[in-house]
Write a protein that binds this ligand. Structure first.
Ligand SMILES: Cc1ncc(COP(=O)(O)O)c(C=O)c1O
Length: 414
């Protein structure tokens, strides 16, 4: 008998987690638009609540009854089973937004007195959580430059012995700088004790799950704004956390109490987007490469920021080769000039749309300094490596020749 091949993620996402016979044979899962679920017997309800509140471990092969849609729902459960395919996670938890995933996971894993080291720059909402909210709950938050090497990170960790978590966004938004994930793991391991593991969390929104799988490079939890590539069509807001079954089960309990669960319709829409996720990300990347070539030689462009490019520096190129299998569809560039010149480009685009967010099938263009990163001080932004002349593109699925044409005519306005 021939050996059976292990199915690839692109096949698994069509099969995992759904039994058509439990839904009248429906080929695709229906939307279970219900707030509550009927128990067959009182004992089923009791046992389901015991699991939901972590009062006992799940027994071998036990399939707990559904309770209430803030706790669980077939659509979120099917999705959670499927999205783990690429990252190779044991479990996933779906949230009402990327920020819901990040904040609920941090509140599960941190306690007053703990310190979190976080890569800088970082998405504005995460920045607000770390610089403003968590410190009010007695959690110390300390930034480090995204490109920091192991020696620098180890020195910072040594200076903060209460470090409980290293939180990384890689590539960094909007500078596209990669963080050294294995170095973060080694630093975390050196600080860990048998009773207290120092955790590494990685926001993988920009490249994952197709071009980067941080769990394979030492992360404990990988986080996503599923609003971006997972959803992929700029028509929903959601988030995901993935990791070991034990961490995700604790994160789910927090989600139930904070109420940061998503809804069945959103889960269904993301589920529908999964089949084309790889296809979309690969084609969006191919379109981006075409624009990157144009930008790199354009007289009105001072510098291009894209993972793996030689101008990102030798160490960044080495990290990219080690950690990523692609460069994705986000690219930033500096126009020659400042805000006025950048705004001329932004106001001139015809096919691209002037909007924040990313990862959708339409090309979006924005000004990080005055839009997504408006909350940072000018000093913080300059320190993080970007200025008023920077524009960020999230490249979609339009004909790349039209996108190149659009960019060229917009750059003429500088
Ligand atoms: C890298 C990154 N992480 C997290 C978030 C937050 O996600 P959401 O808007 O779904 O809450 C965003 C949003 O833009 C992001 O770009």
């Amino acid at each position: 008998m021939s050996e059976r091949r292990t199915p690839s993620p692109q096949t698994l996402i069509f099969e995992k987690g759904y039994d058509p016979q439990r839904s009248e044979g429906a080929a695709v899962p229906p939307v279970f638009r219900t707030s509550t679920f009927i128990f067959k017997k009182a004992m089923d309800g009791k046992r389901a609540f015991e699991l939901a509140y972590g009062l006992r471990p799940r027994e071998q092969g036990e399939s707990p009854a559904l309770i209430y849609t803030r706790v669980n729902n077939p659509n979120s459960e099917i999705l959670e089973d499927r999205v783990t395919a690429w990252d190779g996670a044991e479990a996933a938890a779906l949230f009402s937004s990327g920020m819901g995933a990040i904040s609920s996971t941090c509140l599960t894993l941190l306690r007053p007195g703990d310190t979190i080291l976080f890569s800088d720059p970082i998405y504005g909402g995460t920045e607000y959580l770390f610089r403003k909210l968590l410190p009010e709950f007695g959690i110390q938050t300390v930034p480090f430059p995204s490109g920091a090497d192991e020696v620098a990170l180890a020195a910072l960790a040594a200076a903060h012995t209460s470090t409980r978590m290293i939180f990384i966004e890689s590539p960094a938004n909007p500078t596209m700088e990669l963080c050294d994930m294995p170095a973060a793991r080694r630093v975390a391991d050196r600080l860990s004790t048998p009773e207290r593991r120092v955790l590494v969390l990685i926001d993988n929104t920009f490249l994952g799950p197709i071009f980067s799988q941080p769990l394979r490079h030492g992360a404990d939890v990988v986080l996503y704004s599923a609003t971006k590539f997972f959803g992929g069509h700029s028509d929903l807001v959601a988030g995901l956390a993935m990791g070991s079954a034990s961490i995700i089960s604790a994160v789910r309990a927090t989600r139930t109490i904070l109420g940061s669960m998503s809804d069945p319709d959103t889960a269904w829409l993301i589920h529908r987007s999964l089949g084309t996720l790889q296809l979309r990300m690969e084609k969006q990347q191919a379109n981006t490469v075409r624009l990157v070539e144009l930008l790199r030689t354009h007289p009105k462009v001072k510098r291009v920021y894209y993972p793996g490019l030689p101008e990102m520096g030798a160490r960044q190129v080495a990290l990219w080769k080690q950690q990523c299998t692609g460069a994705g569809s986000l690219v930033s560039f500096d126009v020659r000039g400042g805000e006025a010149e950048a705004y001329r480009v932004l106001d001139a685009v015809r096919h691209m749309r002037l909007a924040v967010s990313l990862g959708g099938i339409e090309t979006l263009v924005e000004h990080p300094w005055s839009m997504t990163h408006a909350d940072m001080t000018p000093e913080q932004k300059l320190q993080a490596g970007f200025s008023q002349s920077m524009i960020r593109l999230s490249v979609g699925l339009e004909d790349p020749a039209d996108l190149a044409d659009d960019l060229e005519q917009a750059l003429q306005k500088v």
